[in-house]
Ligand binder design. Structure first.
Ligand code: PMP
Length: 432
């Protein structure tokens, strides 16, 4: 049998199995859209079963910050698997969790680290922690303030603090708890945000007695619209949370570990939240792991309360494989010039995306750090754009009106320029 037939037979068989049995994100079974069969990855390349190579403009949903198959990360994982792949965390402790937690505490300026499975779960734990904190103080505060355009994850409590119109509220709304939504900050890092601040002040005055926390994505609202906003809004949020003893929960799952050019986006406003959630880049995109980190005040208040414990404890809490690769990822951030790389990426996005502004179908172009965004006037072209980019050897997955790229900090300059050029060409090639 010739080699191509053999390859084709193999390809057909496992993709056929996929179509029969495997759910993909936000999809039907079998998948409504075509799926690309991936064979392997290396650095910032994705290799397909059909022999094609794609430059990765997505870094696996913002997670592979150092690129794929980094020798240091591979080594960390391989050596840990020989020592201890997993151990339950109830009643037992291990060194890798301690080392990682100390590093995270130092980096964030917070203290108390809860290591869990995924970003959404860390948001669930953050909301539970805020409720327990308020209960420990004898307060019955069970609601949250959240922003329009917010996105905080797909689990039920996380969904309940996502934008009520532009999210899955339309499907699960009758089941979800009702929270308080306030006007999102105006679009633009330097845009005056006094209107949204005014609304925020009114929201706090009216609802603070029933609200345990205010959850937001600092500086960039991600999946809810890739909206970059003014740090002054964040400063005001900190001020109001402190004034009314509403906990400030900064969801840095998408923005954290350098994506906006600072280690954490909160640094743009020079503020510290009471609770921070981290995920995605935490393990350099290798393993599913997230962290919910609080100030000492929050953990002390819960630990000294009548109940005295934080009520959460997943099976794979603090998985040692994930901890060891996360430690190495943080070591890489400490030792490499990621900040310089992100600045360079930002410069290329700023300069090269600009020409897209002139195009008829483009509403806005924006960027910060390793994030470059083109907003179209219409949401119906996403598949066309994706297909065009793949044809040209670039992996971009737009959502709705947004064509965006978030790249690994290790990407080569020429590859990033190809990504941006292809994004722009894909819009020119749109057939209305
Ligand atoms: N919060 C934010 C800001 C996110 O961007 C995401 C994921 N896109 C989540 C929470 C949920 O994380 P996960 O997909 O790991 O559950």
């Amino acid at each position: 049998m010739n080699i191509y037939k053999l390859i084709l037979g193999y390809l057909l068989s496992w993709l056929d199995i996929d179509k029969k049995h495997v759910w993909h994100p936000y999809n039907s079974l079998p998948s409504k859209s075509s799926l690309l069969a991936v064979k392997s990855t290396n650095k910032t390349s994705i290799f397909l079963e059909n022999g094609e190579e794609l430059i990765d403009g997505m870094s696996s949903w913002w997670s592979a910050i150092h690129g794929y198959n980094h020798p240091r990360l591979n080594k960390a994982l391989k050596s840990q698997v020989e020592i201890m792949p997993h151990i339950m965390f109830g009643g037992l402790a291990h060194e890798k969790a301690a080392v990682l937690s100390e590093k995270l505490a130092k980096l964030t300026g917070l203290n108390s680290v809860f290591l869990c499975d995924s970003g959404s779960v860390s948001v669930e734990v953050a909301l539970k922690t805020a409720i327990q904190y308020q209960e420990a103080k004898g307060l019955k505060k069970y609601k949250f303030i959240a922003l329009e355009h917010a996105y905080h994850g797909d689990t039920l409590a996380a969904m309940s603090v996502c934008d009520p119109d532009n999210s899955m509220h339309s499907i699960y709304g009758s089941y979800l708890p009702k929270h308080i939504f306030t006007k999102a900050p105006e679009l633009g890092f330097e845009t005056d945000c006094s209107e949204s601040i005014k609304e925020l002040e009114k929201t706090f005055e009216k609802y603070h007695k029933e609200c345990a926390g205010f959850i937001l994505e600092p500086i960039v609202q991600g999946a809810g619209g890739m909206r970059i906003y003014n740090p002054n809004f964040l400063k005001k949020a900190r001020e109001l949370c402190s004034k009314y003893d509403v906990l400030l929960i900064a969801d840095e799952i998408a923005t954290g570990f350098g994506h906006t050019g600072k280690m954490f986006a909160c640094e743009w406003a020079n503020i510290k939240p009471d609770i921070m959630t981290l995920g995605k880049g935490l393990t350099g995109g290798y393993m599913t792991m997230a962290a919910m980190i609080t100030s000492k005040n929050v953990s002390d208040t819960i630990s000294n309360s009548e109940l005295g414990i934080l009520m959460h404890g997943p099976t794979f809490m603090a998985n040692p494989l994930a901890c060891s690769v996360a430690i190495e990822s943080l070591n890489l951030l400490e030792e490499t010039s990621w900040k310089k790389n992100v600045l360079n990426i930002e410069k290329i996005f700023k300069e090269e995306l600009l020409s897209a502004k002139e195009l008829e179908l483009v509403k806005d172009v924006r960027s910060i750090g390793a994030i470059g965004v083109i907003e179209l006037t219409d949401a119906s072209y996403a598949q066309q754009v994706q297909d065009y980019c793949v044809q040209k050897g670039v992996w971009i997955r737009p959502f709705g009106k947004l064509i965006y790229s978030i790249v690994a900090y290790t990407i080569k300059e020429e590859d990033l320029k190809i990504i941006v050029k292809t994004m722009i060409e894909s819009i020119k090639a749109i057939k209305k």
